[in-house]
Design a protein around this ligand. Structure first.
Ligand SMILES: [Zn+2]
Ligand SMILES: [Zn+2]
Length: 314
């Protein structure tokens, strides 16, 4: 508790670094990270004001990539002054609604406000094609009427270009590589995690998953590992109606096992599901019994700069 308080206070007022700091780097380089990761939404499906739906922004070189479009992602992007027309691609981990309900808003309001001129590339697992097709049908009235009515809006900017993907390298542009890997999210198949690499550095996003060996193998050598977590009482029985939630996700003890295997410079919890009144403090406490490496509880708009070290900005 005391430790968490201290970390939170430090993270609130300063930028803290994890991993080896290269003293040979000059200040200009330190100020321009190779990869910047911003947690736009760290919540579960619960409609909370302090934890919006799952969505993570990764900025590397000239690439601005969005992973999942949970509730409120457009508002969060606006808070950090990233306009919709600056997003190069959207990657979906899976099609559970909490990861995509922000998409119509991101896409339509984003187009309207930013006057985007070119289509948005959307990558996602099998099923993404038809999900997007139905969304486009659902909003076709609005899109058509705005194109007719508002001469500044270009039809091209309203398009979504979908590519359904499987495991492997799914995007490679301007020296940024995105690798998708299949995680284990129970009945939800396929569900993907992502590894993003740039200039020898990397961040791994777990997506929604149970304890996954594939995730561990795909995370080797990662600077930053952002992992989901669910907490319920140890005593939760299989007959509890919420047991299936725990069975689809990763407990603090299981995440600790993952972190011990991967040994990232920094591990971060995001997509935080708290059942039966459990708290963030309890998640950290239960994790730290097994894992003693650097670990942070993610918060909306918390960001991470990855160079030769990983620093946390809040
Ligand atoms: Zn899910
Ligand atoms: Zn989810």
């Amino acid at each position: 508790m005391k430790q968490l308080f201290l970390v939170t206070i430090i993270a609130l007022f300063f930028s803290i670094s994890f991993g080896q700091v290269d003293t040979n780097k000059d200040r200009t380089q330190v100020n321009a990270p190779d990869i910047k990761v911003t947690l736009l939404g760290t919540g579960s499906p619960l409609p909370l004001m302090d934890r919006f739906g799952p969505s993570i922004l990764v900025q590397a070189g000239s690439e601005t990539l969005l992973f999942d479009a949970g509730r409120g992602c457009l508002q969060r992007l606006r808070q950090i002054n990233v306009s919709y027309d600056k997003i190069n691609a959207l990657f979906l981990t899976h099609l559970h609604s909490d990861h995509i309900v922000g998409l119509p808003d991101l896409w339509l309001t984003g187009w309207l406000v930013s006057e985007r001129q070119n289509p948005l590339n959307v990558f996602g697992p099998t099923g993404t094609n038809s999900m997007i097709e139905y969304l486009q049908k659902a909003f076709s009235y609005d899109v058509n009427i705005r194109i007719e009515d508002d001469k500044k809006l270009k039809a091209e900017g309203s398009k979504l270009l979908v590519k359904e993907i499987k495991q492997g390298v799914v995007y490679e542009k301007n020296a940024v590589k995105v690798i998708a890997f299949e995680v284990d999210h129970g009945l939800v198949k396929p569900a993907l995690g992502y590894r993003i690499e740039y200039k020898g550095h990397s961040v791994v996003l777990s997506g929604d998953t149970r304890y996954s060996e594939i995730l561990i193998n795909s995370s080797r050598g990662a600077d930053l590992l952002i992992h989901e977590v669910v907490i319920a009482p140890d005593t939760l029985s299989k007959s509890d109606p919420r047991y299936h939630i725990v069975a689809l996700h990763t407990t603090p003890e299981q995440a600790a096992k993952v972190f011990n295997e991967v040994k990232p410079k920094l591990a971060v919890y995001s997509h935080i599901a708290k059942l039966h009144g459990n708290t963030e403090q309890e998640i950290l406490k239960r994790t730290k019994v097994i894992y003693s490496g650097p670990l942070i509880m993610g918060e909306d708009l918390m960001s991470f700069s990855i160079s030769d070290s990983v620093s946390v900005n809040k």
